[in-house]
Write a protein that binds this ligand. Sequence first.
Ligand code: SF4
Ligand code: SF4
Length: 424
Amino acid sequence: MAVINERTEARFYERTGNGYVCKLCPHGCFIPVGKYGRCGSRRADEDMLIAYTYGKVSSLCVDPIEKKPLYHYKPGSRCFSVGGVGCNMRCRHCQNYAISQLSSGKKRTTYERPDEIVALCRRERQNIIAFTYNEPSIWFEYIMDIMKAAPDLECLIISNGLICEEPLRQLCDVADAFNIDIKGFTDEFYVEVCGAHLQDVLRSAKTVHGCGIHLELTYLVIPGYNDADDEIERFCRWVLDELSADVPVHFTRFHPDNEMTDVQWTPVETVLRCREIGMKCGLKYVYVGNTLSDEADDTYCPGCGMAVVRRLGYLVDRTGLDGSRCSECGYRLNIIPRSEKRAQLRYDVSCRDEDHERNHRGHGDSAGSGLSQPGDRAPVRFSGLYAYDPPVSDVLRHPYERSPHLLQRDPVFSEHPNPGVSGQ
Ligand code: SF4
Ligand code: SF4
């Protein structure tokens, strides 16, 4: 049966002349009618700006929460992880470029209504949902509708932090935890390697922290690019001064990928050195990632020094914790324990934008769902596929785009320029 994917109006934009200015992220794209924004998630139709990737799901999997990484939010839990397509950055090292970059990769998606995603999540008996893999903030409308459909679910946002203040605050209303990437600590690195600005991301981290939402930070250490001691130290001091010593920081190892296959894996000693710098600066919880570590991945009580959570890969031993306190000395750690119920349902349905409700007219039956990312469980479902393939010439070019070889279109799907209709 054919499935029609109706249009969903985007939030945060203004009509200007023969197009729209998108105000979802600091890029502020001007999108002429008939074109797509830089991230590929917005399409300019004659009558309105469309949230073009609404409901287009590229990846579904049940993951350990440590994989996000989130070490202090209900350690040892699993989460139902959902990814879409597109991204408002274009990191040269992106390991998920097949779904994040429009001009490359597979771009295969299935369409899932918000209530279908919720049903899948419940079928897997998960009460935590994570928006991850590609950049979730460009899925703003979809995330808000999923959380409206299931306000009891706990919501994790794994983000690059490139989002404007107002939409971010609204995401904070439905989110329980964020992990934000700090990809380096110079603007040059952000511009050159990621196509964004450092200050925009730092502002987002401060906003999330200021809203009282659980926050962890990930710094991917790339040899020769962002691994200088003074840069790491400036980053750690910024966390200390502008956020808190309690914010967990993950220094993870880079591996060669995408356009940066000429750079070697980050030596383990480098991330261990970064961890040491962070702890010397006064951060309480600093971890290393993408490596198996005997001790550097454990959580130590800042009160008495006992290892309260031990980790080996995704194996977690929480026996040193009593709720969020150290079972030895009673120190209260910045850890939200698994036993803690969600404090309140923070999503106030009455504050929904009425116009948006009217414009979002619902969708037809799904053609199916379920593509996997590596994880510890099989994909939950696998059936029909949608092509997600706006003509490359219609997507606004990123000013920092430098990969003409990645502009080849997927030959399997290039004959389907309109992903709105599929069959089963
Ligand atoms: S990159 Fe995407 S979200 Fe950001 S302003 Fe452009 S269209 Fe909007
Ligand atoms: S922000 Fe993340 S998903 Fe987007 S390009 Fe960079 S690494 Fe990839």
